[in-house]
Structures are given as structure tokens and as C-alpha cells.
Design a protein around this ligand. Structure first.
Ligand code: FES
Length: 107
């Protein structure tokens, strides 16, 4: 267990899906792929805007990509690297966290 400060007690995230959440006032994107969870700042490097103005799931069908709803930038779920779109080569900011059951704690 880390020096966690905040938890989000929301429902379990389905495999190959993602959703936004706010912890300590920080807008975040939580994604699940290949049995792992990934947490990123919900801020697209292209235009410093949230990735999900329409809300809902940003993951593609196989869960390996996250797609920004604004201009279609695609990010590797595992690393946050932009692999297509207007911010090619940039990346989402990874946020260190610990998952305990369905709870997410910022490290
Ligand atoms: S704001 Fe994300 S692709 Fe433009």
C-alpha cells in the first residue's frame, strides 16, 4: 500500500474500455486493457482540452488505443503515446496510482 490520498469508489471498469473520473479535482482517464489498468491526465496534448467532451468510452474495440473525441488523436493505452493524429509523438501524462479492488488511489 502506498501513501494514497484519495479514492474513487466507482464501478468496476470493463476490459478494453475507459472512462473519465475526477480525483482531488484532477480530471483523469482510467483505462483497462489486457487485465491491467492505466491512469492518465484527461488532457489531450494537441489542444490542452479534455479528451472526452462527449463523455463515455474512449477505447477502441481491442482496447489497445484511446481516441480523443475532439480531433481523433489516437494514443497507445499502455504508454499514452500518440500514434496518430495532430499530436503524433507526444503523449498523455501518466498518473501514478494504486488500485485496491475497485478503488483507485493516487500515489
Ligand atoms: S484536442 Fe485531442 S486531438 Fe485535438
Amino acid at each position: 500500500m502506498t501513501d494514497s490520498t484519495t479514492t474513487d469508489t466507482s464501478k468496476t471498469l470493463a476490459e478494453n474500455s475507459s472512462r473519465s473520473m475526477t480525483i482531488e479535482g484532477r480530471p483523469l482517464i482510467l483505462a483497462r486493457h489486457a487485465g491491467e489498468q492505466f491512469l492518465y491526465s484527461n488532457l489531450c496534448p494537441h489542444a490542452a482540452e479534455t479528451l472526452d467532451p462527449l463523455g463515455g468510452n474512449l477505447s477502441n474495440e481491442s482496447g489497445d488505443l484511446l481516441r480523443c473525441q475532439r480531433h481523433g488523436a489516437e494514443f497507445l493505452t499502455r504508454t499514452g503515446e500518440c500514434v496518430a493524429g495532430p499530436c503524433l509523438g507526444e503523449r498523455l501524462e501518466a498518473v501514478p496510482f494504486t488500485a485496491v479492488g475497485d478503488d483507485i488511489y493516487l500515489d
